[in-house]
Write a protein that binds this ligand. Sequence first.
Ligand code: SAH
Length: 500
Amino acid sequence: MPNYESKNHRGFHNDRNDRRQHSTDNHYRPTNNRRSNNRRRETPQVEVEVGQRFPLTIKRMGINGEGIGYYKRMAVFIPGALTNEEVVAEVTSVATRYLRAKIHRVRKTSPHRVEPRDSYADQVGGFELEHLDYPEQLNFKRDVVAQSLERYQPEGYRHYDLRPTLGMDDPYGYRNKAQFQVRRNAEGQVEAGLYAERSHDLVDLPTCSVQMPVTMHVMRAVVAMLQDLDMPIYDEEQESGIVKTLVVRAAAHTDDVQLVFITNSPKLPHKHDLLTRIAAELPEVTSVMQNINPGKTSLVWGEKTEHLAGAEAITEKLDGLAFKLSARAFLQLNPYQMEVLYAEAKKALDLQPGETVVDAYSGIGTIGLSLASVAEEVRGMDVIPEAVDDANANAEANGITNAHYELGTAEELLPKWIMTGFHPDAIVVDPPRTGLDDTLIETLLAVRPPKLVYISCNPSTLAKDLVTLAHDYRVDYIQSVDMMPQTARCEAVVKLSRRV
Ligand code: SAH
């Protein structure tokens, strides 16, 4: 499983993985290339070479959105191909048990194929399904959850209710955060974008249909400023230069926009000129920060963040509450579907007055604080100090006195709270893609809260965790919510009830 927090990974990072910076697999590096190289040394099951072409019928879609067909009984993964299409495939890599290929030609086109809005959609990650019509994207996501659960066949979960995916009316322009690498190309032009699949080649993105328009407007204007001011852009090979990454995050329900320069050193040449131009030309930018991440590293963000201009954080509104958001704190990438997701989480929790609730993996406290008016007490935790500070500040700013957030891991803090006599009636867990820690699952099984809701951004780890939880819980239903249209990512809210 790739770590999107790493710059090495192709395409869009998924913010849910920013969290991994502090989780146990912080050092997880993308291994796709290494893995296939290793396997290439073994003998594949059939004689086949890179570059070879053959006709292929696509039988189904894989969890990453690729089409899957079979060549002499070997699975062939082919990005961009759709179920029931007939294509001429061209082999791009050969592993022992499977092949990767690209489309040479489509011979029979799926009725669900549409023209992608982004011309580079087949080059960078994050647009895996842009060629599939939206209703079919929603079916695909539900199906991925079904496939993942089927693979694990959790005992006792045979009759769960898997509900149709809740999608967007307009599945574009939703992404509140653009995190683009910058580079100076051979012609001396500053470019900003994402890495091409399985490479370190930057694809410049002048437009991007899934981004909130304001994020792209600010991004491109800042790129032009870097060019005009002849700013030293970081060069990975030479390990020289300053500006590595630009991050623009916008709030959907206030007019706040934050711009962050991630730099190789605390220095920011032409700082004064740059900030003057930003103030004059980009009045929509309300906060400018600098994050320092020295040297060659696979992580995008460094530990230190400094204030350059405007406010230090931006504010997003949700459900009548205001949420302060620091540069490094996690917030769902799709502010419109965030409301849908949380409404589903609330519905599944069905919290009653007087009940206590734990908001585990809380980020800036969005879920717990929106439950605070009903709950007797809310406790939450996160491993990012800024996020925990934001969560507590958000409680205070919204006049909430019965919610408290602590810094630490869910697996350490939950048992600690239990030991001191806190027995929550309900727990909502919203872990990173890696799923729940074994210790946390043990604690859940020991504590057996009557109400348990699992928000998952990775059906594979969800399925695995549900197997263990099946001992004490049954799945009432699974509601998938499309948080990232045009990508293969799935999010799901799972309502569990304790077996008596
Ligand atoms: N519930 C929040 C955040 C979800 S993202 C929201 O909806 O916005 C998951 C969060 O888990 C991240 O903020 C990350 O920092 C945090 N995290 C990662 N590993 C953790 C762990 N072991 N214990 C607690 N929090 C963790």
